[in-house]
Design a protein around this ligand. Sequence first.
Ligand SMILES: NC(=O)c1ccc[n+]([C@@H]2O[C@H](COP(=O)([O-])OP(=O)(O)OC[C@H]3O[C@@H](n4cnc5c(N)ncnc54)[C@H](O)[C@@H]3O)[C@@H](O)[C@H]2O)c1
Ligand SMILES: [Fe+2]
Length: 374
Amino acid sequence: MTRYNSFFPKTEIVFGPGLLERLQDFRGQRIGIVTDTFMASSGALERVRSYLDGCEVEVFAEAVPESPLDTVSAGARQFGAFAPDVLIGLGGGSPIDAAKAMLAILREMAPERRIRLVAIPTTSGTGSEVTAFAVVSDPAKGRKFPLISSELVSDIALLDPELVRSALAGVTADTGMDVITHAVEAVVSTGATHFSDACAEKALELAFAFLPRAFDDGDDMEARDAMHQGSCLAGLAFTAAGLGINHGMAHALGAQMHMVHGRSNALLLPYLIAWNAELPATARRYARIARNLGLDVPSTRAGVRALIREIEKLNAHLGMPATLQAAGCDLTELSRRRPEIAAAAMADACTASNPRKPRQDELEDLLAQIAGHA
Ligand SMILES: NC(=O)c1ccc[n+]([C@@H]2O[C@H](COP(=O)([O-])OP(=O)(O)OC[C@H]3O[C@@H](n4cnc5c(N)ncnc54)[C@H](O)[C@@H]3O)[C@@H](O)[C@H]2O)c1
Ligand SMILES: [Fe+2]
């Protein structure tokens, strides 16, 4: 069993003026692009293509939220025939995850081929451009599961905040709360180290300062840029440290109750901080986050409460639903499916690094408690 830790950011992260010019290095190569219909029609795809002069380009624009297995295999078939040198994931977490999952299949099909992965995120949320995760779903079974492998980490991430400018306020809010959840869970995770903390704490500083601004004014490019880098930092943090039950439960609610990922994270976060904070060492870490955010922290307990209040305040500012019902969840169905949802959350890979080890009945009780606040 491994006793040592490592922090190995494999991705070249490119940011700052003129960054898409980095694509011109691929001149003469075969480029596959995975994106969604919105990006294909919004001008973003054309913008990226304009830097790929002299390349042979093939596009798969059918990525959809949660990367269903059918979509992933359709893309892998298309690119299996095209044989790209480079695969680009362009879009939010869904197209980037789809590209990663397709790449995993392409590498199995032709292990001798070296295919480089380039991620160009257009939301500031998942951090997928640097993470070892790709979330895929099996709609027939109502399951959503993360693939986890260092093979899924992209070679290059191009962080162009201009591409996020068009994100509507609702998408900005959902994805921004995903960033906060990644960073908070990374700080208290069993895998946290000083290196992951450095990334997570900076991500939290940026997100608490700039998410309200990016939400209020999508053209505030200082805020967009800060959120884009914050999202990436949170991705570095959690890919090294792991996540926790917040994501385990959000994945289960996404797969079985079709709840939006960032929104369920935002809603669950105050409850799960309170639950995890029963562990004194974890409570101290939450209090440290609160202190870093400049909140009043006269004691550990007060620090945990201050952090929860700050998250609730931010959720309210962003118009996040305060109850599962308001988030579009059918409470009767939830009550019927509670054991299944709790079981899926227990089995989710993210739950393994949660600081407090849950039992299934505890997760069922938590779901009932959260639903009771409807
Ligand atoms: N790989 C990881 O490490 C990781 C981590 C967390 C979540 N995820 C997964 O990522 C997915 C969610 O990704 P997401 O939150 O980025 O959303 P998304 O990719 O599903 O996009 C949400 C919507 O926003 C639109 N959109 C994206 N960028 C836009 C822009 N710039 N302007 C206007 N509209 C835009 C999309 O077309 C889509 O309709 C989920 O499947 C989630 O489970 C992955
Ligand atoms: Fe997430």
